[in-house]
Design a binder for this molecule. Structure first.
Ligand code: 9MR
Length: 362
């Protein structure tokens, strides 16, 4: 290489390196939110609590997101604590917030083994109810909740996490024990009857793990073959810095969309601890051991966020929504797993992290 061209080469290389190193969240276009960057792709949502909608988080929600999901307020236990009593306060306040701020709203969730009220499965003597009684209770529950929010909730997670993590097919839940697979089919039918326009999802976690992915695929294929009104699959996306790989993620999107179903990522977060985190609390403990967000964690996490959003954009024709599970590292359900976690795009001061810059840089 001649001296002059060498000089040009090195000058360009240095300029490129400094441009990369100089990229900092402070350079993000502060007028734009995630929802604006992704306007031509899919809505960007977030799971919320009623308290957050009344605090400083509310401005961040409106600026950054175009969709919300209630983190707990619409689950069967909280919303239907006794057979003849519904607790609408929290759910109503979230729906009103969505309406006021013109946000799309996903409903979560109509039928789940966790946070299901004990009364649902028992008769007045404390024995398990029959299949017919349980199905009728499920019908009443779904009909009442879906009808109340008809036209205000565009999509529902109808059945949540019905597939087992072990080698069996369906999870051993009270629903399964009393009705077999029927509760799944009926739940979708009841939701569709109550709101024929709502987009109905089956929602689950560890959907990039080959064995579980196959089982979910089999379940959905069977439901569609029977004419059950299921319109989409919710891939929860409780991921970590080491999981999933690009390959497994792409396989899942391709496999599920091959059924003609919409694909949504419904509960995205990226744990800073290695491994497959799954979507459930291990034992419901609520200790918050201190742990710091190290530069290594920051780097690994931003690389994972960069990769998954590259994949989301690549498959924008198949993906109709991406929702984060919680707003910022100030509060995340993962803190309940024994140590502080930092899985989201906003830090504990509600400021965008470096990973945010990677997500909006394209
Ligand atoms: O984030 C929710 C947490 O506040 C609740 O304590 C927990 C109860 O099991 O549920 C969490 O949300 C779950 C969601 O509803 C379904 N997928 C897994 C989520 C994380 O556990």
């Amino acid at each position: 290489m001649k001296r002059k061209s060498k000089l040009i080469y090195f000058t360009c290389a240095i300029a490129l390196c400094s441009a990369v190193l100089a990229w900092r969240p402070s350079q993000i276009d502060t007028d734009k939110g995630l929802k604006d960057y992704y306007k031509k792709y899919f809505p960007i949502g977030v799971a919320v609590t009623p308290r957050e909608l009344k605090s400083e988080e509310s401005n961040l929600i409106v600026k950054e997101f175009s969709s919300i999901t209630p983190e707990n307020a619409m689950k069967m236990g909280p919303i239907h604590p006794e057979e003849n009593r519904f607790n609408w306060r929290d759910a109503d306040s979230i729906v009103a917030f969505a309406q006021r701020n013109r946000l799309k709203m996903r409903g979560h969730t109509l039928c789940w083994h966790a946070q299901a009220p004990g009364w649902m499965f028992k008769d007045s003597t404390g024995n398990d109810v029959s299949k017919d009684v349980l199905i009728e209770r499920l019908r009443k529950h779904i009909n009442t909740v879906v009808s109340r929010y008809k036209g205000k909730i565009y999509a529902w997670d109808v059945v949540n996490e019905a597939i087992a993590d072990d080698t069996t097919f369906l999870r051993k839940s009270k629903w399964n024990q009393i009705t077999g697979q029927e509760f799944i089919e009926k739940a979708f039918q009841f939701a569709h009857e109550a709101d024929p326009k709502a987009v109905l999802f089956y929602n689950d976690y560890n959907t990039e793990q080959p064995a579980k992915r196959e089982k979910i695929y089999k379940l959905l294929k069977g439901l569609l073959a029977k004419g059950i009104p299921v319109h989409g699959v919710g891939l929860q996306a409780h991921w970590s810095v080491t999981n999933p790989s690009r390959e497994e993620l792409e396989k899942s999107i391709e496999l599920f969309s091959s059924l003609g179903l919409q694909v949504q990522f419904t509960e995205l977060d990226i744990s800073v601890y290695a491994g497959r985190q799954g979507g459930q609390l291990i034992n419901g403990e609520r200790q918050q051991a201190k742990a710091v967000f190290t530069p290594e964690m920051e780097q690994q996490q931003l690389e994972k966020y960069k990769m998954v959003f590259e994949v989301f954009r690549k498959y924008k024709k198949k993906i109709t929504g991406v929702t984060f599970w919680n707003i910022s590292d100030r509060y995340t359900w993962l803190d309940g797993r024994g140590r502080k976690n930092y899985p989201l795009l906003f830090d504990t001061n509600l400021k965008p992290k470096k990973a945010y810059a990677e997500v909006v840089k394209f």
